[in-house]
Design a protein around this ligand. Structure first.
Ligand code: CP
Length: 328
């Protein structure tokens, strides 16, 4: 893949070589992200950070990543504070905002909206989540985390066994991660969800065509040898009513007792966050917070590295980091 000037809209754009390239640049970002060194490689550049749906990690880590490379961030949050609320099209919004920025990161509740916006944009656009469709930067940081955590357990991505649990219908992170994992060899998927919230057929077909083993179940039993358990939240915002979402909440909890009974002692615990910590949901209990296999905050930390790498690559400065480096 040629990164410079490219939009990042879907994980389908990548192949294992381009993913390896992103991960290698992410590794190089560690001293800057950990404040051991400073680089001003994006001095004078502006990120337009447009979030038309709630976000903590994605929005702030995009901004942090850009700041750590020396650039500045302009934020628009919520439809109501944008002229979209007056009926302006995504195309017009993109034409205008792309003259104010060098690159744009965007989240929007409608599937396909970020690609629609990118058609009007004169600068690269990165998808920060479009409805239930995709969340490509989350999938990259998830895969980067999986790689690091499995290396620690002396395992690799090829041949791994992952359990994805919860709302697999509306959870865009599991859609994007499944598509990324389909590019590797002999990955075993155990998909645990209520039947009504099962993984979409197009993703199941993709996994099947790529030769991966997929086990679909409504029960946690059978996940004993999983290398990764990836819990998800019931995506209330995608249901017609809160009552409809309520019937699925709390069905697939993971707590210390369930983890100990159903998983290996070194199964890595992941969740894209936010986890729903209300008593009626609680899909990932606080009693696992001290478990060394809980990777959820390492996942969130890795988001900065991955987003720094994507900014460097799409703006074509990945080889100039050291030229603009100073000591802290
Ligand atoms: N994982 C994730 O997308 O989190 P936010 O909704 O907080 O951005």
């Amino acid at each position: 893949m040629h990164f410079t000037g490219a939009d990042i809209l879907s994980v389908k754009q990548f192949d294992p070589d381009s993913i390896a390239r992103i991960f290698a640049i992410a590794d190089q970002m560690q001293p800057y992200a950990h404040r051991k060194k400073r680089t001003r490689v994006l001095d004078g550049a502006i990120l337009g950070n447009l979030f038309f749906e709630p976000s903590t990690r994605t929005r702030v880590s995009f901004g942090t990543a850009f700041n750590l490379l020396g650039g500045e961030v302009r934020e628009t949050t919520g439809m109501e504070s944008s002229a979209i609320a007056k009926g302006e099209s995504l195309y017009d919004t993109a034409r205008v905002l792309s003259s104010y920025s060098d690159i744009i990161a965007m989240r929007h509740p409608k599937a396909g909206s970020v690609a629609e916006f990118a058609e009007g944009s004169r600068v690269p656009v990165i998808n920060g989540g479009d409805g239930a469709n995709e969340h490509p930067t989350q999938a990259l940081l998830d895969l980067y985390t999986i790689k690091k955590e499995l290396e620690h357990n002396k395992l690799g991505i090829d041949g791994m066994h992952i359990c994805m649990v919860g709302d697999l219908k509306y959870g865009r992170t599991v859609h994007s991660l499944s598509k990324l994992l389909s590019m590797y060899s002999n990955v075993r998927f155990t998909l645990i969800s209520p039947r009504e919230l099962s993984m979409p057929d197009d993703i199941l077909s993709m996994l099947d065509s790529a030769g991966h083993k997929v086990h679909i179940t409504e029960h946690i039993e059978g996940s004993m040898d999983a290398d990764i358990v990836y819990q998800t939240r019931i995506q209330q915002e995608r249901f017609a009513t809160a009552e409809e979402a309520d019937q699925y909440r709390g069905k697939f909890r993971l707590n210390n007792e369930i983890y100990t009974r159903h998983y290996k002692p070194n199964t890595v615990i992941m969740h894209p966050l936010p986890r729903d910590s209300r008593a009626e949901a609680n899909e990932l209990d606080n009693d696992l917070n001290q478990n060394p296999n809980l990777a959820i905050f390492r996942q969130a930390d890795n988001g900065v590295l991955i987003r720094m790498a994507l900014f460097a690559l799409t703006l074509g400065v990945e080889d100039l980091l050291q030229k603009y480096e100073t000591d802290v």
